[in-house]
Design a protein around this ligand. Structure first.
Ligand SMILES: Cc1cc2nc3c(=O)[nH]c(=O)nc-3n(C[C@H](O)[C@H](O)[C@H](O)COP(=O)(O)O)c2cc1C
Length: 284
């Protein structure tokens, strides 16, 4: 599948086949794609633990959160869950990464002076502003780029995925052995889609003209209809959701996968469990 088509086909697939395992090689390709993403200072703080439901030990399965703000069934059904987490400790050794970039010929023209500049100026500057760098959101943004690359590779391989935000994460961190000051960014459910791409359709997006501007806010970036037509031919721009038969598909999925038909029906119990864990003290 071409990249443009993978971008168009990518959407949050919440309905996955629970019984169909995902080949490890496909997961590996997703992880390889995430590893190649750009990071400020080449920090590479994105890490992941892959939970394979068929092989994971019982204590790990028991630590999978009961659900998310939207629904519980996704975490329950997915044959594979990728727990994407941010390793803050890598910021402390960012200087090493910068020196590697100089050695690789990626930054700096004069190698010797570039190394000296890093040691005398840039690395001390980054060290002094370490806390600010954490707060600024740039590291999380870079992690997002890695996850996005993995997601495109998943779709390119015929898989479906959905990102699930995790407000309560202490138990999972403890059982997976993540450092206490780490941050679980999202859990990505991965599996073969139980729903069709067409019925899922392109989810609503704000108009292009309201989002992108030329030279100054208020002047929309011109959207050339010929480019739009080309992207439709490339299958990057697809028919908007829902297809006429989406309701029937959702009824079928609800019955086949045992999903409560009312959105958020599982919520009161889920919210209680999430809030309970949220207010627990962080283990030392
Ligand atoms: C960081 C992040 C967290 C998300 N958390 C959830 C979630 O907890 N549950 C869920 O069903 N979808 C979740 N989503 C999916 C979004 O709701 C989804 O992007 C939106 O429905 C429309 O985009 P789509 O084209 O991917 O379907 C999350 C997406 C992102 C990027």
């Amino acid at each position: 599948m071409e990249l443009r088509e993978a971008i168009g086909r990518r959407r949050s697939m919440r309905y996955l086949l629970p019984h169909k395992p995902v080949e490890r090689e496909k997961i590996q390709r997703m992880l390889e794609a995430a590893r190649l993403a750009s990071f400020w200072g080449n920090v590479q703080a994105l890490k992941a633990v892959v939970i394979e439901r068929a092989t994971a030990p019982q204590d790990v399965l028991d630590a999978i959160p009961p659900g998310s703000a939207l629904a519980g069934f996704q975490l329950r059904l997915a044959p594979v869950l990728i727990v994407w987490w941010l390793d803050w400790s890598l910021i402390d050794v960012q200087g090493d990464r910068l020196h590697e970039l100089v050695e690789a010929g990626a930054v700096g023209i004069d190698k010797e002076n570039s190394h000296r500049y890093l040691d005398e100026t840039l690395i001390p500057f980054f060290r002094a502003s370490g806390e600010g760098m954490r707060q600024g959101g740039m590291t999380e943004m870079d992690c997002g780029q890695g996850i996005a690359q993995a997601t495109l590779v998943a779709f390119e391989q015929g898989l479906g995925t959905c990102l699930i935000g995790q407000p309560a994460q202490k138990k999972l961190k403890r059982v997976l052995g993540l450092p206490t000051d780490s941050k679980i960014l999202v859990i990505q459910t991965v599996g073969y889609p139980a729903e069709s791409l067409e019925a899922g359709g392109q989810r609503p997006r704000l108009p292009f003209e309201e989002k992108f501007f030329l030279n100054r806010m208020g002047q929309p970036f011109p959207r050339d209809p010929a480019v739009v037509e080309g992207l439709k031919r490339d299958k990057m721009l697809q028919d908007p959701a829902p297809a006429s038969w989406r309701r029937a598909e959702l009824d079928y999925l609800s019955r086949a996968l045992g999903i409560p038909p009312i959105f958020g029906e599982e919520m009161p119990e889920l919210a209680e469990r999430i809030m309970k864990e949220f207010s627990e003290p962080e283990p030392t």
